[in-house]
Design a binder for this molecule. Structure first.
Ligand SMILES: [Zn+2]
Length: 266
């Protein structure tokens, strides 16, 4: 019986990985790149790509920034409730920030808009940015997806944004009807994928970069990474990630920071 279950599991993984590869224990690139559809059973087959990073944000003392309400790989939602095991392995494929409706969402790094649209349940209105290594200082490409926007974003596909530019306004699209009730939950869900190049393929609302691997969005703020796998061997002190930010007036702190928190800090 166990063997049959294992075989079925393998078949499902292979099926689910037709366009991406489940991350293996060998740390090769490849993971579920799409957080969005918590309701998409395919996602569940490759949940092993999600592992706690141990990264914690370290905000500047003089800044008041919106904290993370549900961390990457967290088994719980902002309200402490447990995420359903039957969906996405029960682990969070990004970070959530609880926000008022229509809070400006900021580009976490300079980059190009590569997609936006109206997604389904658990996804809502979304926008994807692609960031080159020079945009982040990281030795790989990154792809960020902002979800649950209140309306379709103004920036168009092909537009280039600078770090701190407004990508859209927060909302609760895609959240109503389930755990969050009729009115939903206004928040930003931010997913970040690492990719080995600027090449990707699009499947509906999904962007699947070459060599896709889901990462903790906090990793975008790490300095001096030489390799994606370095995330897993960071010393305790380096897991404390200094977060750059934009102030309400658009100024970037510390000056010259290539990456900023996805909402302005006060
Ligand atoms: Zn989320």
């Amino acid at each position: 019986m166990k063997i049959i279950v294992a075989l079925i599991g393998t078949a499902l993984i292979l099926f689910g990985a037709s366009s991406v590869h489940a991350r293996s224990g060998q740390k090769k690139l490849g993971a579920e790149p799409e957080q969005a559809a918590e309701a998409d059973s395919t996602q569940d087959k490759v949940r092993h790509g999600i592992q706690p990073s141990g990264l914690v944000p370290n905000f500047a003392n003089d800044a008041k920034c919106t904290a993370i309400a549900s961390s990457y790989a967290s088994a719980t939602r902002y309200d402490g409730s447990t995420r359903p095991q039957t969906r996405f392995g029960g682990l969070h494929g990004g970070i959530d920030l609880t926000l008022d409706e229509k809070t400006p969402l900021l580009a976490i790094a300079s980059g190009k808009v590569i997609a936006s649209g109206v997604g389904g349940r658990a996804e809502g209105i979304y926008i994807w940015l692609q960031h080159a290594p020079k945009d982040t200082g990281l030795p790989f490409w990154t792809y960020s997806k902002y979800q649950h926007l209140s309306a379709l974003p103004t920036p168009a596909t092909g537009d280039y944004l600078k770090a701190g530019d407004i990508v859209g306004l927060s909302g609760s699209t895609g959240t109503a009807g389930g755990h969050y009730g009729a009115s939903g939950y206004a928040h930003l869900h931010l997913t970040v994928l690492a990719g080995s190049s600027d090449q990707y393929h699009q499947d509906g609302s999904r962007i699947i970069p070459e060599g896709a691997r889901m990462i903790d969005p906090l990793a975008v703020f790490l300095q001096g990474l030489t390799n994606l796998d370095d995330i897993e061997v960071l010393s305790e002190s380096r897991r404390n990630v200094k977060i750059g930010y934009a102030a309400a007036d658009g100024s970037i702190h510390p000056a010259g920071s290539r990456t900023v928190w996805p909402v302005a800090c006060k």
